[in-house]
Design a protein around this ligand. Structure first.
Ligand SMILES: *Cc1c(COP(=O)(O)O)cnc(C)c1O
Length: 398
């Protein structure tokens, strides 16, 4: 017992001393532009609830209605007796919305990536993965035991060099986030599709931050780039812009049938509560019928981004409502975040290992729910504190 205790204590102490110890902060009440954080009302600029749907009354009502007719738990795996009407309706809807032959839902984005990658790929295969891909993609590749080749972020030359020299007995896959969750930039999907054709690779895209945000109809970055029908495996989540929870993979009928038979994170887990699937379905319907939310989101994001660039912040190459403010030093990022919080503004600091050493940052996300007043208050404090902490050096214009 002593030995176990001292291992835990020492590990936590090491994290504390390196400034890497993480703690969860308590939110009371629902998500939204304003939340109650540790008992205090603050403006929230770190959520992935881009369209402001997480607390929407219609999602709540859809869940309540489903509970009244279908109960709460799913009772078993989808493959036993847990495949309920709400799951089926959600999958039909999603396939129609995305324009694919078929779709299957998973319990979370993490489980979708792990299940997709580990079922389809194995020891004889090679997977080419952008260095900044989400951790769930990396874990899925590790579990698959395929050979992992990580290419420099969005670097097509590096990718092609790897593709040229790769020798796979089995399959080859290029996998990428469509919108990178910490940098906010987009994968060069058209070029990736062209390379995949040239080198006979499968393609997989993670649209966790794309669905509902990108594309004329909100179908994601694949729609934005005009690549519908060109990607073998499209994965995405219901947990971010859709405002609910869970995830999906969509593509051909055979692909979905394969996952039903082989994806262990789908087979060996209980189906999502039907009310969760019903809320996801409502979220997709709202994305379809209320494009004005997407427009508001983009108006807000563009306004914040141009103001920050004007002030002189380093916002990397973001092209999305995810706006990094790079300050490099981890302690400085934490201090920036803390001082903003003292002013009632919540923007989280992101440090290694989530981002590479020397690129610590604030990760600011804008949503459709923020008002111009919220945003102007944010910008004002970012500028004042940014100058005080010498993150901004440009002299004040008088
Ligand atoms: C959040 C995220 C996931 C995981 O989705 P969850 O539904 O939260 O498990 C997967 N991929 C990317 C790119 C993400 O940002």
């Amino acid at each position: 017992m002593d030995q176990k205790n001292s291992f835990l204590k020492k590990s936590l102490l090491d994290l504390e001393q390196n400034g890497h110890r993480r703690r969860m902060r308590l939110v009371e009440g629902p998500q939204g532009r304003e939340i109650v954080l540790e008992g205090r009302k603050v403006l929230n600029f770190c959520s992935n609830d881009y369209l402001g749907l997480a607390a929407d009354v219609r999602l709540r009502q859809a869940a309540v209605d489903s509970m009244k007719t279908q109960g709460f738990g799913a009772g078993a795996s989808r493959l036993v007796c847990g495949n309920m009407a709400a799951h089926h309706q959600l999958e039909e809807k999603l396939a129609r919305f995305k324009g694919t032959a078929s779709a299957i839902s998973f319990s979370s984005g993490y489980m979708a990536n792990v299940g997709i990658l580990s079922s389809l790929f194995g020891r004889d295969d090679v997977i080419f993965s952008d260095r900044l891909n989400h951790a769930s993609i990396v874990d899925g590749i590790l579990l698959s035991q395929a050979k992992l080749r990580r290419f420099a972020h969005r670097d097509l030359t590096a990718l092609e060099d790897m593709l040229k020299s790769a020798t796979a007995r089995g399959k080859k896959l290029i996998v990428t986030d469509s919108v990178f969750s910490m940098d906010g930039d987009l994968a060069p999907l058209s070029e990736i599709v062209a390379l995949a054709k040239k080198y006979d690779c499968w393609t997989m895209v993670d649209e966790a931050h794309g669905l509902g945000v990108f594309g004329p109809e909100g179908k994601g970055a694949v729609e934005y780039f005009g690549l519908e029908g060109e990607i073998d495996i499209q994965m995405g989540t219901f947990s971010k812009p859709v405002g609910s929870f869970g995830a999906y993979a969509c593509g051909s009928k055979d692909l979905v049938d394969f996952f039903i038979n082989e994806a262990r994170s789908l087979i060996y887990t209980t189906g999502l509560p039907p009310s969760v699937a019903a809320a996801s379905l409502k979220g997709i319907e709202i994305i379809e019928t209320e494009p004005e939310r997407r427009k508001q989101l983009w108006d807000n994001a563009r306004y914040v981004l141009s103001a920050l660039q004007e002030m002189g912040f380093d916002t990397l190459a973001t092209e999305s409502p995810i706006i990094p403010i790079v300050v490099k030093d981890a302690d400085l990022a934490v201090r920036f975040s803390r001082e903003l919080l003292e002013k009632g503004i919540f923007v989280s600091a992101i440090r290694p290992p989530t981002v590479p050493q020397g690129t610590s940052r604030l990760r600011l996300t804008v949503t459709a729910a923020h008002t111009r007043r919220d945003i102007d208050g944010l910008l004002q404090q970012l500028e004042i504190i940014g100058r005080r902490l010498c993150i901004l050096s440009k002299p004040q214009v008088v």
